[in-house]
Design a binder for this molecule. Structure first.
Ligand SMILES: NC(=O)C1=CN([C@@H]2O[C@H](COP(=O)(O)OP(=O)(O)OC[C@H]3O[C@@H](n4cnc5c(N)ncnc54)[C@H](O)[C@@H]3O)[C@@H](O)[C@H]2O)C=CC1
Ligand SMILES: O=C(CO)COP(=O)(O)O
Length: 329
């Protein structure tokens, strides 16, 4: 809808023929955006060839576990000059690869430096209402990020550029873990103090892993870091928060995922991130305890006790070290 407002003709690809037919017939995407009317500029199709023939800009927005499969379907029809943007927030589950890596491996006709990631605080439910929204686009090549910015920017959608592809992708993926934790905290009946703690200490561990994997620390203070963390931990639209809330109320994971019926990226991301943190020897206590709750049947209350009872430590190690003389560390 944003692109249609920007006066582009838009083709939405969906794997389900009946969904494409319903969208074209009723001019609504009932399951996902309810009664919101779709612009005449939008057409849906289940044919990748129809979707991509003549396309100058392509946005991949499948869940992370499906991105490789969708990219493989797209490869034969994608023009090598097209600007390719992805909006997926997660890792490939088995390989723990970031989405630009997966796309680079599959879309071999596209120069990897021109692959763009879009991330930041943006719930579709609000964007479709044209509520003011800001995001960041990152690519190795500035010209690619600027082309994406050009296509997407609108009076209600402000788009910033950033050269830090790694940081922007990691911020978008890792915030989902903390959103699960924030939901869980609310589901357990804890207050705003607990949620603020999760957000702040969550950001600290996101940035620790992000920097270890090559991201810029400042990116995590931006839209793809703290911005997305705030929206996803506090919004009623957040699926990850809602899933966490149900877990906090004592529902088993399988039941939570079935009730949601939509992708909850944070679950698979917790597994992948826990492995990455072990591999890179980065301390991620919140991720570790959430991993225990999700995959080792540890009771949330026990996990909270373990987090609160950890060995006492400095808030910011670097500042403590700078003050070593004063403090005689
Ligand atoms: N919903 C939102 O506001 C935002 C979502 N995202 C990201 O976008 C990605 C998708 O999320 P949503 O659209 O919200 O999820 P969703 O669960 O609402 O929709 C996912 C769509 O992907 C389709 N799909 C699932 N497996 C597929 C496969 N193997 N091949 C083709 N299509 C497949 C489903 O049929 C469904 O239409 C996620 O990575 C999410 O983090 C990013 C920013 C905002
Ligand atoms: O990434 C999002 C908003 O920026 C969507 O988050 P949820 O998956 O938690 O709904």
């Amino acid at each position: 809808s944003l692109l249609a407002d920007n006066e582009y003709d838009v083709t939405v690809w969906t794997r389900k023929e009946e969904q494409a037919e319903q969208m074209n017939r009723e001019r609504k995407n009932r399951k996902y955006t309810g009664d919101f009317g779709l612009s005449e500029r939008i057409t849906a199709t289940a044919s990748m060839e129809t979707a991509l023939t003549g396309a100058t800009a392509v946005i991949f927005a499948a869940p992370s576990h499906a991105t490789r499969e969708v990219a493989r379907l797209a490869r034969p029809f994608l023009d090598s000059d097209a600007i390719v943007i992805h909006a997926t927030k997660g890792f490939e589950p088995e390989t723990m690869k970031r989405m630009t890596k997966v796309l680079a491996e599959e879309l071999t006709q596209i120069d990897p430096g021109r692959l763009v990631v879009m991330s930041g605080p943006c719930h579709a439910e609000e964007l479709i209402q044209r509520s003011p929204t800001t995001v960041v686009v990152a690519a190795d090549q500035l010209e690619a990020a600027q082309r994406a910015q050009d296509v997407l920017i609108s009076p209600y959608f402000r788009v910033y550029t950033n050269p830090d592809v790694t940081g922007v992708e990691l911020g978008g993926a890792l915030k989902n873990i903390i959103a699960l934790g924030a939901g869980l905290s609310d589901g357990l009946g804890f207050g705003d103090n607990a949620k603020a703690a999760l957000l702040t200490r969550g950001l600290a561990e996101i940035a620790r892993l992000g920097v270890a994997l090559g991201g810029n620390a400042l990116t995590f203070a931006g839209l793809a870091g703290v911005g997305d963390l705030v929206v996803t931990c506090t919004s009623k639209h957040s699926r990850n928060w809602r899933a966490g809330y149900m877990l906090g109320q004592g529902k088993p994971l399988q039941e939570v995922l079935e009730t949601m019926g939509m992708v909850v990226e944070g679950v698979k991301t917790t597994k992948a991130t826990y492995s990455l943190s072990q591999q890179h020897e980065v301390s991620m206590p919140i991720t570790e305890q959430l991993h225990e709750v999700l995959f080792a049947s540890v009771e949330p209350q026990i996990a909270v006790g373990r987090l609160m009872g950890r060995l006492r430590t400095h808030e910011i190690e670097d500042i403590a070290l700078e003050s070593a003389e004063k403090w005689t560390l």
